[in-house]
Ligand binder design. Structure first.
Ligand SMILES: NC(=O)c1ccc[n+]([C@@H]2O[C@H](COP(=O)([O-])OP(=O)(O)OC[C@H]3O[C@@H](n4cnc5c(N)ncnc54)[C@H](OP(=O)(O)O)[C@@H]3O)[C@@H](O)[C@H]2O)c1
Length: 271
């Protein structure tokens, strides 16, 4: 039995679907009771549990062979670091309490660095905390998601496609979340013997028609767009870290995935 968190999101849902397609027993962990039935119909078990509830999470993963987990991104919080640490304390506590042998964590390029990477520093602390529990941790360090273009569709409709980088012409590797789900499912079904970090690399794309924002405008632009000041500063630090090459792959090994962005955009526009 494999427990999969974030099953209402991009990567968790893809992970659960891939596991089910392989004939594995899957228990999805979701927050919204109304989403339980759709997973039961797909052949999974479902538990309603919040990653911040250590005891409920321990109960949900105890006895499982593996656990897919992520550090959800909540851009509505006042302080991303405090939020990340609260989730990490609960998740690592539940992993330690349950004795689950293998955890696959959705992480990001740059998570080997303790700071200077904005919200990725929270994933660094979560990787460390999970390794410290004694479980075998597979950290999937992804590059940018292709689905991020969906977040910008409204802005693009208004005629602006903002790029938080020094240039819009440098191709950036981007990963389709379906490929991450497939990679996570494979990692769960064939666990490494020891903790490992895996860089997940997709095809590289430059941006389309864009407006390049000057660096000192990144945080103010995000604040104007409605983000809280700490979140805006953290995201601006993330973009600066990317410019400085801090998010480059440095894991124990790398996997190449190959879904082209045209397929992802076709899915987003169909939705
Ligand atoms: N975007 C990128 O380019 C990029 C690159 C590398 C890594 N990442 C990382 O990828 C992760 C996001 O993955 P994704 O796109 O698959 O996520 P997503 O589509 O935003 O979905 C997030 C999932 O987490 C669940 N969730 C949120 N808070 C929770 C909580 N407290 N307890 C239990 N479940 C909770 C959500 O459930 P509900 O439906 O109930 O909200 C949802 O299922 C983040 O850690 C992000 O930093 C992103």
């Amino acid at each position: 039995m494999y427990a999969v968190a974030g099953a209402t999101g991009h990567v968790g849902s893809a992970t659960a679907r891939h596991l089910l397609a392989e004939g594995a027993d899957v228990r999805v962990l979701i927050r919204d009771r109304e989403r339980v039935e759709e997973w039961i119909q797909q052949g999974a078990e479902a538990r309603v549990v919040d990653l911040g509830d250590r005891a409920a999470l321990r109960d949900a993963i105890t006895g499982c062979d593996g656990f897919f987990v992520l550090l959800p991104f909540d851009l509505t919080v006042d302080d991303l670091d405090a939020y990340a640490d609260a989730i990490t304390t609960s998740v690592a506590g539940a992993v330690a309490d349950s004795g689950i042998p293998h955890v696959v964590m959705l992480s990001a390029g740059g998570a080997d660095l303790p700071d200077g990477t904005g919200p990725i520093s929270g994933m660094h602390r979560m990787e460390q905390a999970l390794r410290a529990t004694g479980t075998v941790l597979t950290a999937l360090r992804s590059g940018h998601f292709q689905e991020k273009v969906g977040d910008l569709i409204e802005a693009a409709r208004a005629g602006v496609y903002p790029v938080f980088a020094a240039s819009a012409d440098v191709p950036v590797p981007m990963v389709a979340t379906r490929d991450l789900g497939a990679t996570a499912a494979r990692a769960l079904l064939s666990p490494d013997a020891t903790s490992t970090s895996i860089d997940v690399r997709g095809p590289a794309y430059s941006e389309l028609e864009v407006v390049v924002l000057p660096e000192d405008a990144w945080a103010p632009t995000l604040i104007d767009a409605g983000f809280r000041p700490h979140v805006a500063e953290s995201l601006a630090e993330l973009y600066r870290a990317d410019q400085r090459g801090l998010l480059a792959p440095r894991g124990d090994r790398a996997v190449r995935v190959d879904t082209p962005i045209e397929v992802t955009i076709a899915g987003l526009t169909a939705a």
